[in-house]
Design a protein around this ligand. Structure first.
Ligand SMILES: [Zn+2]
Length: 149
């Protein structure tokens, strides 16, 4: 079987430059490679399971609780990026089309979002990736980690 890239990440101890944010009971939290929406986080289930429905209801609840904690942390880090505090919208996506290992994208859609009514997946690769420097990525990961409660 081909190696699963998310199992690889889950099996490594976090490197300082990996965008590591937190190791929770169910999931690792990392800053996404794509930062076209600054603060985009990815939660990676710690074990290889392909479908959310295979986890059973208690673990599904635990996973989604962690997803919601990350969203709340993003909101705290960007309190003014939309009206009323926090990003205008947060997209929660569990797709698996490209990597069939349960992972959740938590994508803040800020007030300056160029296409607020569409999912991000149609964006050009360069726009998806964004233009954060390595230092800015590290700083953002640290700020989100600090905002986790
Ligand atoms: Zn895997």
């Amino acid at each position: 079987m081909a190696r699963c890239p998310l199992c690889d990440i889950a099996s490594r101890s976090p490197a300082p430059d990996s965008g590591h944010i937190a190791a929770l009971d169910q999931c690792l939290v990392v800053l996404g490679d794509n930062q076209g929406c600054p603060g985009w986080c990815v939660l990676i289930l710690r074990e290889h399971v392909e479908h959310m429905d295979l986890l059973g209801v208690p673990r599904q609840r635990a996973v989604f609780g962690e997803v919601a904690r990350v969203a709340a942390a993003i909101r705290r880090v960007f309190p003014t990026s939309g009206a009323g505090g926090g990003p205008v919208r947060i997209n929660y996506e569990c797709l698996g089309n490209q990597v069939p290992h349960v992972h959740w994208h938590v994508i803040p859609r800020h007030a300056d979002d160029p296409e607020p009514r569409n999912a991000v997946w149609g964006w050009e690769p360069q726009r998806l990736r964004g233009d954060l420097s390595p230092d800015q990525r590290r700083d953002l990961a640290r700020r989100i980690a600090g905002a986790m409660t």
